[in-house]
Design a protein around this ligand. Structure first.
Ligand code: 5GP
Ligand code: MN
Length: 330
C-alpha cells in the first residue's frame, strides 16, 4: 500500500471539516483527471453537507460532458461570492488555475492544493502532493475513505474516469497495484469501466483523424526524438481545433522513438504567437524536466508547456533540448 503524505492529508481533512462554502478549481485545458477530480471533490463536499462550486476557466471539453455533474461547472466566478476555502485539483502551478482564480479577491481565502504532479510548486496554504499516485482521482479515493464518504454513484463514476484517462486505461508505467485497487473499489461502488473507456480513450471525432492525415506526412524522427508540428492552416483544413489532435499517446507507441512531441501553433488573445508543446517519454526516459525548464510541468512520462513564438523559431531549440535529455536517461 502506498505511503501517503499523512500530515498533509490530515491538513486537507482539517480544512474540509473547518469550512462550509468551497470553491473548487481544476486546470486550464482540462483532461479527464481534471474534470473527474473537480466533480469528485464537489461530490465529496456535498455529501458532507457543504456547498461546493466547481469552476474551470476553459469549461468542459465536449468529450467529457457525459460525466455526471459536468453541466454544473461554471467558467466564471462572481467576485462578490464568499468562500471559506478554495480547493485546487490536478494543477501543478498557480497559472494552471486560469482566470477563475482571482488573486485580488481570492488571496485572503485559504488555498488547498491536491495534486499528483512531480513538478508541483507547492503554491497553496496546504499542499497535498502525491507523485506516486497515477491520478488526482486516485488521491480522492483515499481522501473519501478518510472522510467516511462512500465511493458510490456519481462519485465512483467521476473518479474512475480520471484514473482511466490519466493511465490510458491502466497502460502507463505508473499503473501500480494501488491504482488497480482503487479502480476495483470504484467498480465495486458501481462505476462502469467499459462505458467510461468507450466514452474517453476509445472515442474520437472524425476531424481528429482528418487532422492526423494533415500532419503525419511531415512527422520527423531525429535520433530517437519523434515530433510533429500543427499549423493553423492544417487545423483549418481538417476543420479541427487544437484539442482535437490527441496524437501524443499514439506517437509514444512508435518503436524507433524514446521521446515524442507535438507542437501546435496557437495565438494569445492579443494575436501573439505561442507554441503548445506536449511531450511523452518511454519508460527509462523523462520529459517533465524539459517541460519544467520551459515553464510548464507534468510527469516523467507525460509533460507539456507553452512557449512564445512561431513554430519555425520555437521548435528547433526544443527538439535540441529533448535530444540532450535523451542522452541522459533517468
Ligand atoms: P498533455 O500532453 O496530455 O497535454 O499533458 C501531459 C501532462 O503535462 C499533464 O499532466 C499536464 O497536466 C501537464 N502539462 C501540459 N501542459 C502543461 C503546461 O503548460 N504547464 C504545466 N504546468 N503542466 C502542463
Ligand atoms: Mn492528472
Amino acid at each position: 500500500m502506498i505511503d501517503l503524505h499523512e500530515s498533509e492529508l490530515a491538513a486537507v481533512v482539517e480544512a474540509i471539516e473547518a469550512g462550509d462554502r468551497f470553491l473548487c478549481i481544476s486546470h486550464v485545458g482540462p483532461d479527464g483527471d481534471a474534470v473527474g477530480s473537480l466533480l469528485g471533490m464537489c461530490d465529496i463536499l456535498r455529501r458532507l453537507d457543504k456547498t461546493a462550486l466547481p469552476a474551470l476557466a476553459d469549461g468542459v471539453p465536449e468529450g467529457l460532458r457525459f460525466l455526471p455533474g459536468a453541466e454544473t461547472i461554471v467558467t466564471a466566478v462572481n467576485p462578490d461570492e464568499r468562500f471559506d476555502c478554495i480547493i485546487v485539483l490536478d494543477a501543478s502551478s498557480p497559472d494552471r488555475m486560469g482566470a477563475v482564480y482571482r488573486a485580488d479577491v481570492h488571496d485572503a481565502v485559504p488555498l488547498v492544493v491536491i495534486d499528483h504532479h512531480v513538478t508541483n510548486t507547492y503554491f497553496g496554504d496546504v499542499n497535498w502532493v502525491e507523485p506516486g499516485c497515477a491520478a488526482t482521482c486516485q488521491m480522492l479515493v483515499y481522501l473519501a475513505r478518510r472522510l467516511d464518504v462512500a465511493l458510490t454513484g456519481t462519485l465512483a463514476e467521476t473518479l474512475l474516469a480520471g484514473i482511466v484517462t490519466d493511465t490510458l486505461c491502466f497502460r502507463t508505467s505508473n499503473t501500480t497495484p494501488d491504482v488497480l485497487s482503487t479502480a476495483t473499489l470504484l467498480m465495486e461502488g458501481g462505476a462502469h469501466l467499459a462505458e467510461i473507456t468507450a466514452q474517453t480513450i476509445n472515442r474520437k471525432p472524425f476531424r481528429s483523424i482528418k487532422l492526423w492525415g494533415e500532419v503525419l506526412p511531415d512527422a520527423r524522427l531525429d535520433d530517437r526524438v519523434l515530433w510533429v508540428t500543427v499549423s493553423p492552416e492544417q487545423l483549418a483544413a481538417a476543420g479541427a481545433a487544437p484539442e482535437d489532435l490527441e496524437l501524443s499517446s499514439t506517437l509514444s507507441a512508435v518503436e524507433e522513438a524514446d521521446i515524442s512531441a507535438t507542437f501546435i501553433q496557437k495565438f494569445a488573445d492579443d494575436g501573439t504567437p505561442a507554441v503548445e508543446c506536449s511531450f511523452r517519454a518511454k519508460p527509462g526516459f523523462s520529459v517533465s524536466d524539459v517541460a519544467f525548464a520551459l515553464g510548464g510541468g507534468g510527469h516523467p512520462p507525460a509533460a507539456g508547456c507553452t512557449v512564445p513564438g512561431a513554430l519555425a523559431d520555437a521548435v528547433p531549440p526544443i527538439v535540441a533540448l529533448s535530444l540532450i535529455h535523451i542522452s541522459e536517461p533517468t
